[in-house]
Every structure is written in structure tokens, then in C-alpha cells.
Write a protein that binds this ligand. Structure first.
Ligand SMILES: [Zn+2]
Length: 234
């Protein structure tokens, strides 16, 4: 691999074309400029071996997406858009440690995840929302279009609002009114389409083309894939 100043670049999974920046990727409609394929890997120029150090050197009291900053496709920490996602509170169970040492002579540290049902954090849609909002912010994108059955739309609405990015969300006719209202609460634009999710996707595509705006690329989106990766690290 040739020497690069950059932290990461994209590589087309079909033809191997190297795409230097997300900016370039966005300019080509989130496709390879060479062959037009919509799938690309994010390649980090740093050694992946360092992940091992990271995993053994983590603050046990917090876990979260941005702890893996070195392995996420963002250049500057200043562009991180976070709503406290993935910060899973952890309790240290000293009573159990004491019990183990006194009764069995075993020295150990016990950490337990604290369950808080009212505040679900660290779900994939939150991670993806944080990742996408951050990358869009770093690349100066001000508008984003998505079709959503509701859940993803709400997460994107929240994170993009935090980054001052306008979201245009197209939801199917049977989407919940609560979620529609929630997307609106974040000051985002929501359109209920007279039809199913497929119809919402078509409307979103047409709208994004007509207005020359970025459209959420779905499961193959490198930004989404990279955020999912952090769930594997945990
Ligand atoms: Zn290609």
C-alpha cells in the first residue's frame, strides 16, 4: 500500500478503485467513480493490530462508538455528533469481589451492565445516526434524504438535528403517528407517502434526485457498515 497522509480511504469492492474521501464518494452519488458500484470498504491506513491494544485498555466504566475513533471514518473529533449513545452505565460489584476473595481466595473485578429500560442506548440505529451525522458534518453536507418505516427516521432526525443538518424523511402510510410527530419535533421534514415502504423509497429517491441531495444508501452504506463494526468490538 502506498504512503498516505489520510486516516482512511474507500475502496470499491467490485473494481478496487481507491476513493480518497467521502466527499468524492458523495459527489458521485455514493457510488464508485470508476465502475458505478455502490459498495465500498473503508480502509484504514493505520495498523489494525492496534485494535487489540484498544480492547485491553478500555475504560471499564464506559463503552461506546466513539471510543473507536481511530477505526471510524472521521478525520476530526470536532465533528463528532453525539447524543450520549452507547454510553452504557456499568456498576462494579465489589460485594461479589469481596465474596470471591474471602470465600474462594479469588481476586477478580466484577462489572455488571446496569439496566435502564427507560433509556435504551447503543442500539444500532443510534450508532448509525451518530456515525452518519458526523461524517456528513465533516463533509459539509447540509441536507439528507431517507425513506424509513419510522425507527431509523427518528434516530436520524435526532442526530442530524444535533448537527444542524436538515433531514427529509419519507414514511409509508402505515407508519406510526407518534414517530411522525417525533421526527417533526426535531425540526425535521417528514412526509407521509400514500403507499407502502417501497413507495416511500421511490419518493425519497425522486426527491433526492430532483433537489440534488444525498439519499441514505441503506444496508450497503459504508458509513452504516463502519458503525456496525463497533458492535463487534464490544
Ligand atoms: Zn468500482
Amino acid at each position: 500500500m502506498r504512503e498516505r497522509e489520510q486516516k482512511f480511504y474507500l475502496k470499491c469492492t467490485s473494481c478496487g478503485e481507491e476513493i480518497d474521501t467521502f466527499d468524492k464518494w458523495f459527489q458521485h452519488g455514493q457510488r464508485c467513480p470508476e465502475c458505478g458500484d455502490n459498495k465500498a470498504d473503508v480502509i484504514y491506513t493505520d495498523k489494525m493490530a492496534r485494535i487489540d491494544d484498544l480492547l485491553h485498555d478500555k475504560d471499564p466504566y464506559f463503552s461506546g462508538l466513539w471510543r473507536y475513533f481511530d477505526y471510524l471514518p472521521l478525520n476530526s473529533k470536532e465533528n463528532i455528533v453525539s447524543c450520549g449513545e452507547g454510553i452504557v452505565p456499568i456498576d462494579r460489584w465489589r460485594f461479589l469481589e469481596k465474596f470471591a476473595e474471602e470465600n474462594h481466595g479469588i481476586k477478580l473485578k466484577v462489572f455488571a451492565h446496569r439496566h435502564d429500560d427507560n433509556f435504551a442506548t447503543g442500539t444500532f440505529k443510534d450508532l448509525a445516526g451518530s456515525m452518519i451525522a458526523s461524517v456528513l458534518k465533516e463533509n459539509g453536507i447540509k441536507t439528507y434524504v431517507t425513506a424509513s418505516t419510522g425507527n431509523v427516521g427518528v434516530a436520524y432526525a435526532r442526530y442530524l438535528a444535533a448537527a444542524d443538518i436538515t433531514l427529509y424523511a419519507f414514511i409509508p402510510s402505515n407508519a406510526s403517528h407518534a414517530q411522525e410527530a417525533e421526527i417533526g419535533c426535531f425540526g425535521q421534514k417528514v412526509f407521509r407517502v400514500n403507499g407502502d415502504y417501497q413507495a416511500a423509497k421511490e419518493m425519497a429517491l425522486e426527491f433526492s434526485r430532483k433537489n440534488n441531495m444525498l439519499l441514505a444508501a441503506g444496508n450497503f452504506d459504508p458509513m452504516r457498515i463502519e458503525s456496525k463494526k463497533t458492535m463487534v468490538y464490544e
